[in-house]
Design a protein around this ligand. Structure first.
Ligand code: ATP
Ligand code: MG
Length: 602
């Protein structure tokens, strides 16, 4: 739950024109240079376009540099009584060109940026589906979602706008500075003074606001977390009568957030007006000093006064903005790093070059000295050896957490064994093509997974082109037809909430129907009957008997009555096979299984 709020990057200013001194939370990238290089590599094939963008930026800056000079000239011409038509036309033409160039720049950057992002998104999603399940054990879903959505968005918006802005600003600063020095060193000095003051001021204010905004972000996260918990856990809240405490808690957190937000806004509110004051003083100073210079004959040209006034305004802005653009860029690059981190993950092991085709299996399974742990250092399954002849019904029982589902995870190659081997028809699983192997299994997993599609599509999941008749037949075999018929649109009912609108037992029946329809040579049912009533259980048991007929099947169950007639029952305890045999054998053995059976059946 908590991950979405801590990893979500702060909202970006989509226009790319950041408010100065907001002091937004900056997430520092680990390797700015390296990541920028990788991003640069992604622009392959789009470099010509980027070159054009650079050219346009240069043009924009040139306009910013030339137009004040032209304005100055116009004033000089007026004061000397000359005609100004040509100059006016030139200036107007320049402005129109500038508009066009800026538009083209935006257009190009948007197109290039979005193409790059499209590529990243495609690669990322393609990557995700090939990642081993192990990866998802270590990363929370919310965090991954945030990488796929927020971070990718940040890369596109920020980088495309930051690049153009950084280019334009750098050109502008260098160009205007050169012009100013050439025209009047004294007035340049005055302008530099004001830039310096604004720079210091921004530094001081952002130091405070950054801290406050970080606090605000944190408080917002806490509040969001509570809202999330409150909504998702509302049933529990009500059941335990905690509404009042929840509300009080919420009010307190809400108040905290409001206070920090107000302080942050007040501090950042200082900046703009103060900067305006400094700017205006600078204006005044330039006006007075240049006026004096002109009167004393130290300034040749009256137009220079207006030129400088305009320059000073254009000169200070980029300085203030560059810091913010740079911060945005850093945040985006940090996001890019998180995205690249996923791309750099080892994918699920690919098929060996000489991988075997697996079209038809007898279904003979053997575990030979299999050990396995999800994390290195913690062994879950220890030295499992087990041979199952084709067509046998195997039941796996044992206490919660003993490793039953883990055995299935290895058999279906969701995970690979740490040591030892698993053989199917005498061949190591890892020597088969993965795609073929997964087709061999029809699975009903412990966590029912349904999709927001129609009931019939959910049953036909994984079996393209199944006819409605075969779907209905599978549902009947699984005992799911009765409740499906009662749904508003029967088999066409769309599970808007991904199955959450069904009862747990109903969801299980649907996944069983899915497995029936798959008609796979090996069936795996993990806790298929755990949440249904005894009548339905009996129905499912019959269905299971039918679908397990003549094929190797694995059934994991807590209710021992369901698996009594299995050919082999395996009792797993602490990751080891504790007992093995038929029901009667194990009862005669009078060990743990017999004890479990007695407590359950009485
Ligand atoms: N993805 C995972 N990452 C790390 N550890 C895991 C993972 N899945 C399960 N485990 C651990 O492995 C052990 C065995 O889990 P497993 O799911 O196989 O138990 P189980 O026998 O199926 O239990 P239950 O009867 O409750 O379904 C447990 O201690 C569990 O905490
Ligand atoms: Mg389990």
């Amino acid at each position: 739950m908590a991950d979405t709020r801590t990893t979500a990057t702060p909202p970006q200013n989509l226009s790319g024109i950041s408010r100065p001194g907001r002091g937004m939370q900056v997430v520092k990238p680990k390797n700015l240079k390296g990541t920028l290089k990788r991003l640069w590599d992604l622009t392959t094939g789009k470099r010509k376009g980027l070159g054009l963008v650079l050219l346009f930026s240069a043009f924009s800056s040139a306009t910013a540099i030339i137009s004040p000079r032209l304005t100055g000239s116009i004033i000089t011409h007026i004061s000397e009584g000359d005609t100004i038509t040509t100059l006016l036309l030139l200036l107007a033409g320049l402005y129109v060109c500038d508009w066009f160039v800026k538009f083209m720049q935006q257009f190009l950057m948007a197109a290039i940026g979005q193409r790059i992002i499209n590529h990243i998104r495609q690669e990322l999603f393609g990557k995700i589906k090939n990642l081993p399940l192990r990866f998802f054990d270590k990363h929370q879903h919310g965090e991954l979602m945030s990488r796929l959505t927020n971070d990718v968005d940040n890369i596109s918006t920020t980088i495309s706008s930051s690049i153009t802005l950084l280019m334009t600003y750098s050109f502008t600063i260098v160009g205007i500075f050169t012009m100013m020095v050439m025209l009047s060193p004294i007035l340049t000095l005055v302008t530099l003074c004001s830039v310096f003051m604004i720079f210091v001021l921004t530094k001081v204010v952002t130091k405070h606001t950054r801290k406050l905004f970080r606090e605000q972000q944190k408080n917002l996260g806490i509040l969001n977390g509570q809202i999330e918990e409150g909504i998702s856990g509302l049933t529990v809240v009500k059941a335990f009568g905690r509404e009042k405490q929840m509300e009080e808690d919420f009010d307190r957190k809400n108040e905290n957030l409001t206070k920090t937000a107000i302080r942050a806004l007040i501090w950042s509110g200082y900046l703009m007006p103060l900067m305006n004051v400094i700017n205006n003083i600078c204006y005044l100073a330039i006006a007075v000093i240049s006026g004096l210079l002109y009167i004393n004959g130290n300034l040749s040209d009256i137009g220079l006064i207006s030129t400088f006034l305009l320059y000073s305004r254009q000169f200070t802005r980029p300085f203030v903005e560059i810091a913010n653009v740079y911060n945005n860029l850093q945040t985006a690059v940090a996001g890019a790093e998180r995205v690249f981190e996923i791309m750099d993950q080892e994918p699920e092991p690919v098929d060996k070059p000489d991988a075997k085709e697996l079209t038809n299996t007898r279904g003979e399974v053997e575990f030979r000295n299999v050990s396995f742990g999800y994390d290195t250092g913690k062994t879950i399954l220890k030295d499992i050896s087990l041979k199952i002849p084709a067509g046998k019904k195997v039941a796996i029982v044992g206490p919660t957490g003993s490793g039953k589902t883990t055995i299935i995870n290895l058999l279906t190659r969701f995970y690979d064994v740490t040591s030892g081997s698993i053989y199917l028809d005498g061949t190591d699983l890892r020597d088969y093509r993965m795609g073929d192997l997964r087709n061999v299994f029809g699975v009903v997993l412990q966590d029912t997974a349904l999709f927001a599609e129609s009931v019939k599509d959910n049953i036909a999941y994984g079996k393209e082109g199944a006819t409605l008749d075969s779907i209905k037949e599978a549902a009947r075999a699984a005992g799911a037809d009765a409740f499906i018929e009662r749904l508003p649109n029967g088999y066409d009912t769309v599970l808007e909430q991904g199955g959450m609108e069904l009862s747990q037992g109903e969801r299980q029946l649907l996944t069983i129907a899915r497995a029936v329809l798959s008609n796979a040579p090996i069936m795996i049912l993990d806790e298929a009957t755990s949440s249904v009533d005894t009548v339905t259980e009996q129905k499912i048991r019959n269905a299971m008997l039918k679908i397990c007929e003549n094929r190797t099947s694995f059934i994991i169950a807590h209710r021992l009555s369901t698996i009594r007639d299995s050919d082999i029952i395996i009792l797993i305890e602490n990751g080891r096979i504790a007992e093995k045999g038929s029901h009667d054998e194990l009862i005669t053995l009078n060990g743990k299984y017999a004890e479990m059976y007695r407590t359950q059946v009485g």
